[in-house]
Design a protein around this ligand. Sequence first.
Ligand SMILES: Cc1cc2nc3c(=O)[nH]c(=O)nc-3n(C[C@H](O)[C@H](O)[C@H](O)COP(=O)(O)O)c2cc1C
Length: 172
Amino acid sequence: MTSLHDLVESRKSVRGYDQSRPVAPEILERVLDAGRLAPSAKNLQPWKFLLVSSPEMLAKVHPCYQRDWFQQAPHILIVTGDRAEAWVRPSDGWNSLETDLGIAMDHLILAAHDEGLATCWISAFDPQTLREALDLDPTEEVFAITPLGYASEDALTRPKTRKTLEEVARHL
Ligand SMILES: Cc1cc2nc3c(=O)[nH]c(=O)nc-3n(C[C@H](O)[C@H](O)[C@H](O)COP(=O)(O)O)c2cc1C
């Protein structure tokens, strides 16, 4: 069994997908279930996970992020949420939507990696194009999207770069 540390250390954003290799339905279900199990403020779970797989829907979604590699993936996973369903801190009105959806997205991409799948968290999509493609209710906000599939052979070579632990952590 992979340790959590090995999992987070080996996960990378993947910008190249194997178009010829589909993902088994039971693997997709386990990935989605990891999002369902994420924690959220007051356990309000203000999210929806949209898995786009049909050629018709993929063609509608692709224009929201115009990169060749984005179009290679057999699936696109989209995390949306309803701000009115998220927790609001009484003292100052802070809304937990982005935090809740960020945790769910992290669960989803780590679960995908654990299943041997590749992802790339994308925020630079065009929200309006995506809203229209998905026919979203006005209350649903698109938080993040990722291609989902097996990495192409040339896509995994980029090294992972990070600040050192000394730069970001302090023992007090
Ligand atoms: C909130 C967020 C938004 C991101 N948006 C994009 C994006 O629009 N396009 C892209 O190619 N990568 C995007 N990324 C991926 C980051 O560039 C990547 O996580 C970072 O460079 C670290 O590389 P790694 O994921 O391979 O460790 C995003 C990541 C996060 C967490």
